[in-house]
Design a protein around this ligand. Structure first.
Ligand SMILES: *[C@@H]1O[C@H](CO)[C@@H](O)[C@H](O)[C@H]1NC(C)=O
Ligand SMILES: *[C@@H]1O[C@H](CO)[C@@H](O)[C@H](O)[C@H]1NC(C)=O
Ligand SMILES: *[C@@H]1O[C@H](CO)[C@@H](O)[C@H](O)[C@H]1NC(C)=O
Length: 426
């Protein structure tokens, strides 16, 4: 009897829908990002310690894509099972070869959600949170030849402090939008051009609308800005705008509306290689300011992290390419192009399905552009998100971001300024 059966299915689907809705509401819990005042341990106490949503019990759906090396459940995990947790904390880690890491000079300041652009042997490192209540408004430079930091200079007062879009043509750095101020404050539409030779700044026409962490690249003589989160910091945007630029000059009077991206959201890697533009990973949703909070206090919302890869070429239609080995977000400046491969370090993946805690990645992913094939080529010394990457003279470098609590606990803790490198030949 097809009809009653269909009716029953609809009903259970409805109940499931209500449960998921309740879960969503229950997930809206405070992020206890109390910033430490001690300068020796500038860490976020991110005790993502919300009440366990009752509605979910053990039936919270595990994302289909999350068969990441189903880990053996240990005795310790079984004890945790008393409180309903059955899945290992580290269940999302993929098997990855160990690499030999060398610790380099530490950045003058720790930063989270900063930005970085490599030009020749220099890594320009911008902005970022020092603590949740303090944001940086300057640039530090790391020299890959001398392996030293130096050359600090200020950013314009109107420039955003985190979640920026940024790209270079080899001399000029084009900087768009981002979050202005600490905690979960609003975004600005301001845009800038930095001449890295003279260290001087210029304005560009403001973006049509402000965005958080949009995918940003130079492609075929135009600066492309795509997706990100909308003004509320949470709602994924799919808008795509471009502006003609050349040698630090803007050739258009206004931004042009382009083909929207297939899926919106912030924190993706966006890369142009061989005249093709790639958009990799990212998420939908993010922390938002708590309503009526005078300090725009951050409060966690539901997020969906994804592994999608899209590509734009001659045909001017977005093509779907093979997905990453696991969902990965917070990687906008965590990539380098090495020998016709995109190499991506760390990031965040889907939250733990039972504890709902945020989970960081330690994998180094490789995407071979000739074969369109993904692999995991190594392991970072710890899991880290929004880390800033460079590649020079056979060395793969990363600095900054927020790292995990230790090998057995992939949830985020300390904001770092450490710089590490490993030999990489592909
Ligand atoms: C899940 O992961 C395990 C361990 O890596 C593997 O043996 C198994 O084939 C995977 N299953 C699927 C459906 O991919
Ligand atoms: C980086 O350091 C090397 C070695 O000290 C130096 O020769 C080079 O000029 C530096 N690069 C820049 C851009 O300052
Ligand atoms: C790039 O690939 C070529 C050919 O496979 C290899 O000889 C070379 O060492 C590689 N370079 C790097 C930097 O990995």
């Amino acid at each position: 009897m097809p009809r009653p059966a269909a009716g029953k299915q609809r009903k259970s689907a409805k109940i499931l829908f209500v449960c998921v809705g309740l879960l969503g509401v229950a997930l809206i819990a405070d992020l206890l990002w109390a910033s430490s005042t001690s300068s020796s341990s500038r860490s976020y106490k991110s005790a993502y310690d919300w009440p366990r949503p009752k509605a979910s019990s053990d039936s919270f759906p595990v994302p289909v894509s999350s068969n990441h090396s189903a880990k053996v459940v240990t005795d310790k995990d079984k004890k945790d099972g008393v409180h309903g947790r059955l899945l290992s904390k580290t269940f999302a880690d993929l098997p990855a070869p160990d690499l030999k890491w060398e610790k380099m000079a530490e950045s003058p300041v720790p930063r989270l959600d900063g930005a970085a652009i490599q030009i020749h042997d220099q890594l320009f490192v911008f902005a970022g949170y020092g603590t949740i209540d303090l944001v940086h408004s300057h640039v530090d430079i790391y020299n890959f030849t001398s392996n030293k930091w130096g050359g600090r200079f200020d950013m314009p007062k109107e420039m955003a402090h985190s979640h920026l879009g940024m790209v270079t043509d080899g001399r000029y750095i084009y900087i768009v939008t981002g979050q202005y101020g600490p905690q979960c404050r609003g975004p600005t539409a301001h845009t800038f051009i930095l001449d890295t030779k003279t260290k001087t700044w210029k304005n560009m026409p403001p973006l049509p609308l402000p965005r958080y962490a949009p995918a940003t690249q130079l492609w075929r003589g135009r600066l492309h800005v795509m997706g990100g989160s909308k003004e509320d910091r949470y709602t994924p945007a799919v808008d795509h705008w471009s502006l003609a630029v050349k040698d630090g000059k803007v050739l258009d009077s206004e931004w042009k509306t382009e083909l929207p991206i297939p899926r919106g959201g912030p924190h993706r890697a966006c890369i142009v290689v061989d005249d093709r533009m790639y958009i990799v990973g990212g998420q939908e949703g993010d922390f938002m300011a708590k309503p009526n909070s005078p300090i725009f206090k951050c409060s966690r919302r539901n997020e969906v992290v994804y592994s999608d890869v899209y590509m734009l070429d001659d045909e001017m239609t977005w093509r779907v390419l093979p997905p990453m080995p696991k969902p990965d977000s917070h990687i906008e400046f965590a990539w380098a192009v090495v020998n016709n491969s995109i190499v991506i370090a760390g990031g965040t993946t889907d939250k733990h399905p039972e504890t709902k805690k945020m989970i960081l990645n330690y994998e180094i992913f490789r995407f071979q552009l000739d074969e369109l094939k993904w692999s995991v080529i190594g392991k970072l010394p710890f899991r880290v998100k929004t880390t800033l990457v460079g590649f020079w003279d056979g060395w793969f470098y990363f600095t900054s971001g927020q790292r995990d609590r230790g090998p057995d606990d992939p949830t985020p803790k300390k904001v770092i300024g450490e710089m590490w490198r490993t030999k990489l030949s592909l």
